[in-house]
Design a protein around this ligand. Structure first.
Ligand code: SF4
Ligand code: SF4
Length: 91
């Protein structure tokens, strides 16, 4: 099985954690579809390489401790966001 993180390149958005607002409830960890979030020494850590920028974590954080930020540069064409150049992905 091919994981979404292996087939889909980020559209340029990445989740960023604000540890001052986070209460380490761990809800976001269970919501991430690609397991990009972990907790280390009581602090939430987001693996930027794995993060798809889907926003599920931020949408479920009651503390509003996660924001999505746009990473640049954006890719030139839609096909560039997919590893194989195709547009049909099962995610
Ligand atoms: S859901 Fe929000 S408050 Fe809970 S661990 Fe994740 S970032 Fe922290
Ligand atoms: S934006 Fe999506 S992929 Fe990235 S850490 Fe949050 S839930 Fe995971």
């Amino acid at each position: 099985m091919i994981l979404p993180s292996e087939r889909f390149r980020s559209i340029g958005w990445k989740a960023k954690i604000n540890n001052e607002s986070c209460n380490a409830c761990k809800l976001c960890i269970s919501k991430c579809p690609v397991n990009a979030i972990s907790i280390i020494d009581g602090h939430i850590v987001i693996d930027e390489q794995t993060c798809l920028g889907c926003g599920f974590c931020a949408a479920n954080c009651k503390q509003l401790a996660i924001k999505l930020s746009l990473q640049t540069p954006l890719k030139g064409k839609v096909q560039d966001y997919f590893i194989d150049g195709g547009l049909s992905v099962d995610i």
